[in-house]
Ligand binder design. Structure first.
Ligand code: ADP
Ligand code: G3P
Length: 498
């Protein structure tokens, strides 16, 4: 029997999961690594540690599954997106730490791009809104701030890559410098229509083309693991950014199918088929994957604080001991008692994009208890996702049939029931909720013939639990109107420039 190994390089941990031919998990390895915060708003990772932990968890997953490298048919890679690494092509040494997607150091630079009137142009070419979130301004920062970097880059001596590129480079001992279309579409340097690096954008951001990886499909053999690593010479055959991989792992493979991942933040993606949909609601239009020469696009909306509001109840407020305890506390009251919590702790993401918003709790009375606050916190996750879905529906014009869900907070039944109530459609939790790693495994397995077709994979996707809507539309409309009021009070709270 042979298996697929999925490397899932996330923001806070490196994971490796072995899947069998049925798409079931055989074994897992996981290791957290250091988050580096050199200044307020800056977030970095050590690329060496990312690599070391990723190799360690791969070895651990194989050992736990009682496997040797020759038992593997292929390796798939999925990764935190946008995070930027620049390294020396000769020595392989990074010239600076990885600048993480959450890092805000280039916010002023991005403001200038907007002021100079580049917003429409960048949205048309890349499908993105101008923001420090994406890789482009991060590469420019490294070239402008690391002594000698720009000269070396212009001489062709430096390489840029997102985390997938960095891992493939390391896995192949420097033989292969590539990325896939889904990761490339998050750089703000990539033309999502022509599926190529965009020369005008490279000029605007002053990034030399010689630094860039070759852009490949999400499912093809890119190279083989270098034998010097002692883990065999397994083909590396699938790559996708983590949210796109989750969309594939959830088998959202036809237009209209939609998933939401409830992690630290929430990422909602809808498959929009073979053409990018231009958003009028400040959602992102992005490449989902390219398989067998066919490109699939998605609309994406992300909110910054999803499960993290539960972490805040735990660590900031001390109301609960573990994240899972929130469900019992929220269920200790029949409703939120008129309390609304807007977790705009780091401003608001899609569709509002208000960096000046801050968190608020409204509707507190003398009778408000910790239970009401917990319930309002859980509900806030669902309200934000419902706002995202409204925006997606407006842009794509496709009615939602069901919402497929995954991520840590999708373990919360109360949250998913409330989500179904708000949306008026079923919310569906699959048996395998490791959909990110599964998606990358599928992409790799398809490339090497381990699986024949996407249709064959669709049979693996099985529902664990379905949450049906149970509230009257008028009641839902009233609750959403109150949420919108509360949201309005959190917006534009801090002074601009703070
Ligand atoms: N039962 C639960 N109810 C609500 N939130 C939860 C629950 N279990 C975990 N979480 C939240 O889910 C998040 C972790 O999910 P995970 O998918 O591992 O996140 P990430 O990949 O972003 O690190 C945390 O913010 C945690 O507070
Ligand atoms: O690593 P995650 O799961 O927090 O996902 C990060 C996203 O890819 C950022 O765009």
């Amino acid at each position: 029997m042979r298996y697929i190994l999925s490397l899932d390089q996330g923001t806070t941990s490196s994971r490796a999961i072995v899947f069998d031919h049925e798409g079931a998990i055989l074994s897992v390895g996981q290791m957290e690594f250091q988050q580096i915060f050199p200044k307020p708003g800056w977030v970095e990772h050590d690329p060496g540690e990312i690599w070391a932990t990723q190799v360690a968890v791969a070895t651990e997953a194989l050992a736990r599954g009682g496997l040797r490298p020759r038992d593997l048919a292929a390796i798939g890679i999925t990764n935190q997106r946008e995070t930027t690494v620049v390294w020396d092509r000769e020595t392989g040494d990074p010239v600076y730490n990885a600048i993480v997607w959450q890092d805000r150091r280039t916010a002023d630079y991005c403001e200038r791009l907007k002021r100079d009137g580049h917003e429409d142009f960048i949205r048309d070419r890349t499908g993105l809104v101008i923001d420090a979130y994406f890789s482009g301004s991060k590469v420019a920062w490294i070239l402008d701030n690391v002594p000698g970097a720009r000269t070396r880059a212009e001489a062709g001596k430096l390489a840029f890559g997102t985390i997938d590129s960095w891992l493939v480079w390391k896995l192949t001992s420097g033989a292969t410098h590539i990325t896939d279309v889904s990761n490339a579409s998050r750089t703000m340097l990539f033309n999502i229509h022509r599926l190529a690096w965009d020369e005008d954008l490279l000029k605007l951001l002053n990034v030399p083309a010689s630094m860039l990886p070759d852009v490949r499909q999400s499912s093809e053999v890119y190279g083989r693991v270098s034998t010097t690593l002692g883990v065999g010479d397994v083909p590396i055959a699938g790559i996708a950014g983590d949210q796109q991989a989750a969309l594939f792992g959830q088998m959202c493979v036809s237009p209209g199918l939609t998933k939401n991942t409830y992690g630290t933040g929430c990422f909602l993606l809808q498959n929009t088929g073979e053409r990018p949909v231009a958003s009028h609601n400040r959602l992102l239009s992005t490449v989902a994957w390219q398989v067998g020469g066919k490109t699939t696009y998605a609309l994406e909306g992300g909110v910054f604080i999803g499960g993290a509001v539960v972490q805040w109840l735990r660590d900031g407020m001390g109301l609960i001991k573990t994240s899972a305890d929130v469900e019992a506390l929220a269920r200790s009251v029949p409703d939120s008692g008129g309390v609304y919590l807007v977790p705009a702790f780091a401003g608001l993401g899609a569709p509002h994009w208000d960096p000046y918003a801050r968190g608020t709790i409204v509707g507190i009375t003398r009778g408000t208890t910790a239970g009401h606050i917990a319930r309002a916190a859980v509900e806030s996750i669902a309200f934000q996702v419902a706002d995202l879905l409204d925006a997606v529906g407006d842009d794509a014009g496709i009615g939602l049939m069901e919402l497929r869900v995954d991520g840590g907070a999708a373990a919360n039944d109360a949250l998913l029931q409330f989500q179904a109530d708000l949306l008026g459609v079923a919310v569906v939790r699959p048996e395998v909720t490791e959909t990110t790693a599964l998606g990358a495994a599928y992409l790799a397995g398809l490339a090497v013939g381990f699986w024949d077709s996407t249709d064959a994979l669709a049979r693996h996707w099985r529902v664990a639990r379905r949450f049906e809507p149970s509230k009257a539309p008028a009641e839902v409309a009233a609750r959403r109107a109150e949420w919108a009021e509360a949201l309005g009070r959190s917006k534009n709270w801090i002074a601009k420039g703070n």
